[in-house]
Design a protein around this ligand. Sequence first.
Ligand code: UDP
Length: 327
Amino acid sequence: MNTILVTGGAGYIGSHACKLLARAGYVPVTFDNLSTGWASAVKFGPFVQGDLLDKAALAAAFAEFRPIAVMHFGALSQVGEATRDPGLYWRNNVCGSLNLIEAMAEAGCADMVFSSTCATYGDQDGVILNEDSPQYPLNAYGASKLAVEAMLRDFGKSHGLNSVIFRYFNVAGADPEAEIGEWHQPETHLIPVMIEAAAGKRPALIIHGTDYPTDDGTCVRDYVHVMDLVDAHLKGLEWLRAGHGSRVFNLGTGVGFSVAEVIRQCRAGTGRKVPHEFGPRREGDAAALVSGSTRANDELGWRAERSSLKLMIEDAWRWYQTGGFSG
Ligand code: UDP
């Protein structure tokens, strides 16, 4: 059987991965506690409602479904929340991953594709980031992901665990067929917040900080379409199954856009202007995070074909108009 255990499969990126896995002939089994995900996002394979902190639930899922590999998306991922409550992030993201990795070792499952983040690099003054750049996370979210990267390396040495680690830059957009999309409550990410403001669901988008050392003073990020991102995961899975061993890849386009530029482009994607106001910096934010790597292109044959800002905003807007998830 081609079963893949997908932690966080009810969440934004995990649900898109399940859609692509199912399309490629795999059976994606979602393992998710629904703390931030949605049962109605699980449409492409079986669903186990379980928590990564519950070792018995993990062991039961491995025994029942016997996955050949794991895609590990299940994590908390908000910089602001992580800065306010680091313990929550260390417990959930680090202890949860340790339980998962140990459950894999016990079940004899040796391949994992892991969601890491460019937040592990921290702020490096406009330096273009590649996989060998030093990692100095600025917040507990990045620190928790960096700790799991180290854990994967250790279990690689001791237990033969193979991992493809993807360090995501900023993920945006939605399934172009609008079956699934990004739906957080409350929403904190730039593009969906901007869309809510454009739709009149919130009075204004607050720009967090205008005095950064960037061209227009707002933070610069490298945005990747979620469909491109999960396509890389499929390629990462094939890489592991072909026996190429553990590897780290950045997933970004190499092009950065400031918050102000993203707002300007909203009009092209939605036909609407975004009411916005200027606010203070958000603690934990780096001024600029842009990938300087072509490793995923060169070694996995990955192309970020859908990752124009216009398409990401258009797809997110189409999804928003479906009314999103509930329950
Ligand atoms: N941002 C903003 N207003 C918002 C949400 C985000 O100005 O309501 C900024 C945020 O400070 C960061 C960028 O947009 O510079 C991307 O933030 P997001 O939370 O989407 O992703 P992150 O970079 O934190 O992973």
